[in-house]
Design a protein around this ligand. Structure first.
Ligand code: AMP
Ligand code: MG
Length: 501
């Protein structure tokens, strides 16, 4: 062998890890290697994301089945499960942790941002309890579709880098094909991660974690005179903005436990999530959410509840005087409500073409929502069609018909037009702006179900691929895919979504 040869491509790692979580104290995580699987096959590889992350996309496209199944560990990976606790449906569980997810490590992306690369469903960790550490194909496809759709909608979310089938069965209510999902996140630190240490009275670790989160997600707070209060405020702001965005596209997370609430402000853990078809603020899809705790319109309040749980963990860091610490925390928690309301109203006003501010704006938005609820109007289509009405009066009949009783909507349209006449900007600009915030395409529940069925039953991934491609440009009319904009027919309607664990 000629040792003067330059290193072959194969010797350069396809992923340049720069791990930091693994440098934190050992009790922050448990080291755990993925468990190899029988016959991995790469379903999907997100090449643009790989490039954004600075990965060797060619190599990964070729070796993806091995790497993204966990069968082959890329050089520099330091696989670990993160420790966390969490309130699940209001009940505190002091030890959860990554039971079916393994953090391979972190990379610095093309924009200089640190991102986690994690395998979900790659086998047991010390946190698996009685679980098998595996994931079924259906939930993997669902997370792939919905997380990428959220990103394309412009909503902060974890990303999908790859999906593989394992060639092994997983045993749930029935036998299902196993799969591994590769998730990319700004980080996987949750409100529950703080709770893990606080519940053990380990305030030193809460501080270490808070410092880490400030350094990683909120570096502008370095050197702040009250950095931990500022951190709480920053997370409050990120959650308020995020949940407002969810409501503006009809998204229901479905399981907003504190362990599914990322302090980065990204949407995380797409379990029984769903999108509204007909507008109903009380809508709940999740089969495990019997009390409706995480229903569509409950989400802002639950966000505040989760924030209060984060605040509790930070109390000892907020002020040496306990009553003062509580006062400071309460002010932030109280401030979350108005912050959410501002984000939500700005978002909803933009949906009906309003940028300026007038006293009656909230009533105008509420007025439409009331009509939509009464008429069981499709949430997405109503707003998309309203942009058509803003463009041309000829579109009014189609719009009114989708709201049920055309006579009922006429007075609202009159007020809306009068209000638009007092807005700055040309009608053409307004229509463009409305189409940029009112998607034509969302990941409709029935389409996701159809894609999963075809993949599970027939190994047919064409519907999955089609959905991904339509949802990559949700704000553009795509005549070829017009059917994907339609609500479900009565026989297609999905009433329940499942966790899939
Ligand atoms: P999730 O439903 O993803 O929010 O998970 C809640 C908790 O259950 C987390 O600690 C998961 O790691 C754990 N978990 C869920 N499914 C499994 C599984 N199949 N094997 C092991 N742990 C699991
Ligand atoms: Mg979770």
């Amino acid at each position: 062998m000629d040792h003067t040869q330059p290193k072959s491509d194969a010797a350069i790692a396809p992923i340049r890890f720069e791990n930091s979580y693994a440098r934190l104290p050992e009790h922050f995580f448990a080291r755990a290697n993925p468990t190899p699987v029988a016959e991995p096959w790469l379903i999907k590889f997100n090449r643009p994301l790989a490039e954004e992350l600075g990965l060797d996309a060619d190599r990964l496209e070729r070796d993806g089945a091995q790497v993204f199944s966990g069968n082959s560990l890329p050089e520099g990976a330091e696989p670990l499960g993160m420790a966390y606790a969490g309130h699940q449906f209001g009940q505190f569980v002091p030890l959860l942790g990554d039971g079916r997810a393994i953090l391979l490590g972190e990379v610095i992306d093309k924009n200089g941002v640190r991102r986690d690369i994690q395998l979900k469903g790659a086998g047991k960790t010390p946190y698996s309890r009685r679980g098998d550490g595996r994931a079924a194909l259906g939930p993997v496809l669902r997370e792939y579709i919905v997380s990428e759709a959220m990103h394309a909608l412009g909503i902060p979310a974890t990303r999908a880098l790859a999906a593989v089938v394992t060639g092994e069965p997983v045993y749930r209510e029935r036998v299902l094909p196993g799969a591994v999902f590769t998730r990319v996140a700004a980080s996987h630190i949750r409100v529950g991660t703080f709770q893990f240490f606080a519940a053990r009275g380990d305030n030193e670790s809460v501080k270490t974690l808070a410092d880490y989160v400030i350094g990683r997600h909120y570096p502008q707070l370095n050197g702040h005179e009250r950095p931990y209060l500022a951190l709480l405020e920053a997370v409050a702001g990120a959650q308020a903005a995020l949940i407002a965005r969810w409501l503006c596209v009809g998204f229901i997370h479905g399981v907003m436990n504190t362990d599914n609430c990322a302090v980065s402000g990204e949407t995380i853990d797409f379990g029984p999530c769903a999108f509204l078809d007909a507008y109903d603020p009380a809508k709940v899809f999740s089969s495990i959410d019997q009390g409706g705790r995480y229903g569509y319109a409950s989400q802002p309040a639950i966000g505040q509840w989760n924030l209060a749980r984060l605040a509790e963990t930070l109390l000892p860091l907020l002020d040496p005087e306990p009553s003062e610490a509580v006062n400071l925390a309460n002010d932030v928690i109280a401030g979350y409500g108005p912050r959410f309301q501002t984000h939500w109203l700005t978002g909803m006003k933009a949906k009906i073409g309003l940028i300026g501010e007038e006293d009656g704006d909230l009533d105008l938005v509420q007025g439409l929502l009331t009509l939509m609820k009464e008429g069981q109007a499709d949430f997405t289509l109503t707003f998309r069609r309203l942009a058509d009405v803003a463009e041309s009066d000829a579109a009014q009949d189609t719009f009114a018909a989708s709201l049920g009783d055309p006579a009922a909507i006429a007075p609202w349209l009159g007020e809306w037009r009068a209000r638009l006449s007092r807005e700055a900007g040309t009608p053409h600009e307004r229509v463009r702006a409305m189409r940029k915030v009112n998607p034509a395409y969302i990941p409709r529940n029935h389409r996701i179900e159809q894609a999963i069925r075809a993949a599970e039953d027939d190994g047919d991934f064409s519907l999955f691929e089609a959905l991904l491609s339509v949802l990559a440009n949700p704000y553009e009319d795509q005549p070829r895919f017009a059917a994907y904009a339609a609500p479900p027919t009565p026989s297609e309607e999905v009433f329940r979504t499942f966790c899939g664990t």
